[in-house]
Structure formats: C-alpha cells, structure tokens
Design a protein around this ligand. Structure first.
Ligand SMILES: [Zn+2]
Length: 236
C-alpha cells in the first residue's frame, strides 16, 4: 500500500472526482487519490459509490485508513470489484458528509465555550459529542447551547494553516484533545483556525464559514467517568 492523495484536505466540498484503482485488498479498494474521508479524529468514514466506465455502481459502505497512509474504500456486501488500473468516478454521500462537516466544526466552536481538557469525541451524521475533564456542576446545557450559537452567529470563515512539528511542540496549549494525536506528517501539522474563536490541530473536514452550521442543540449531558463528562449536540 502507498499513501493516497487526500483531495478533501484541500477542498472538503468536492462531491465527485476521478481516480485510478491501485489495488484491491481484502479490506478495501485502494485508489491513487480520494475524496472519501477515512474514519479518524472521531469522525466516521464516508460512504458513497465508485462508478465504473460502464456505469456500474460499486457501493462503498465505509472508508478506513489502511497501512502506509493508504485509504481503504470498503465495498458494501455483494458489490462488484474494479480492476487494477481502472479509472473510476467517485461520488460521496454529500448530504451525510455535509452534516458531518457542520457537526465537526460545531465541536470546534463548543470546545471554546466549555473550557476544559477534551478527553474524547465522536462525530456521526446525526449527533456529535465531546468528553471533558470537568466537574459536572459546571456543565449547563442551555448555557453551552447559547454560548455556542452566539459564536456560530459571528459567521466567520474558517482557515487551514500549517505549522512545523517544532512550532507545535513549542505551543502545547494548542492541543486540547488529549485522546487524539495531532495529524503530523512530513514535519508539518495541519491546524483549523476559526478567527478569534479557535485554533487547534485537526485533519478533519470543516465548513468554509461557521454560519453554515446553523443552530445547535445540546441533547444530553452525562457522566461517563471521573474524567469524562459527555456533552452531546445535534443540529437544530
Ligand atoms: Zn476539526
């Protein structure tokens, strides 16, 4: 396996692209480049289809990281498999991915309303959560929702910025999430910047303007252990 070119890193809004089949493994189809986000950083992998020149559609039920930074496109049960060297048209389930992007970006904003170390997190198409190392008495659902929605209403553009590994090491305060290692590679680290709100390492997919999130609701707050107080949100 070899590193797959990650087109979503430059443009998270790509809904289709073409790519060449590099290999077909037991655990998935490897392409030279992809718009499918593989499960990581708490965000679930993309679903969609790979369309052959004949028009035949190969349903992709999940996307995962393989060895050597390859991306594995996991075919749904019973799906046809492509030939090595074949060129395919990639289509992600955009409605699902866009919901993930909105919720993922919402977690960045919420992490600036609840000021505490993040001990875990997860983003699925219908809900997202962060776990905080904080006292339960400091978590108020209405305050968190109102604070997050007030920041979202600023409707600022997000930016991707890169810093060196050394710069990140010199600024440990940037790493809020203790359970997820920052996405390092080739000596540089990708950061998501929400001007005047948040700056933290992240390899995920985000909306261009936080106004796209709309309004969020806090759906549940509960204790998952001494250092894990879970705040779950959904799009309103
Ligand atoms: Zn992110």
């Amino acid at each position: 396996m070899a590193a797959t070119e990650l087109l979503f890193r430059e443009d998270a809004y790509l809904k289709t692209a073409t790519a060449r089949v590099v290999a077909v493994h037991a655990n998935g189809i490897e392409l030279d480049r992809t718009i499918f986000y593989p499960t990581g950083g708490g965000q679930v992998g993309d679903t969609g289809v790979l369309v052959r020149a004949s028009g035949e559609r190969i349903a992709i039920g999940d996307t995962r990281k393989g060895e050597a930074d390859a991306v594995m496109h996991v075919p749904a049960a019973g799906a046809a498999l492509p030939e090595i060297g074949e060129t395919l048209t990639l289509e992600i389930d955009w409605a699902r991915r866009y919901a993930l992007m909105r919720l993922h970006t919402a977690l960045h904003v919420m992490s600036c309303v609840v000021v505490a170390p993040v001990t875990g997190g997860n983003i699925s198409p219908d809900k997202a959560r962060l776990d905080f190392d904080i006292d339960m008495s400091l978590l108020d659902a209405a305050k968190i929702a109102d604070g997050t929605n007030a920041l979202i209403a600023r409707s600022v553009d997000t930016e991707t910025v890169w810093i060196s590994d050394e710069e990140l090491d010199a600024r440990p305060e940037l790493v809020k999430t203790m359970s997820v290692q920052p996405p390092r590679g080739a000596g540089r680290v990708r950061l998501l910047k929400i001007p005047d709100i948040d700056l933290q390492p992240c390899g995920g997919t985000h909306v261009k303007n936080i106004g796209e999130i709309g309004t969020i609701r806090v759906t549940r707050i509960r204790s998952e252990g001494r250092r894990n107080k879970r705040v779950e949100i959904a799009l309103a």
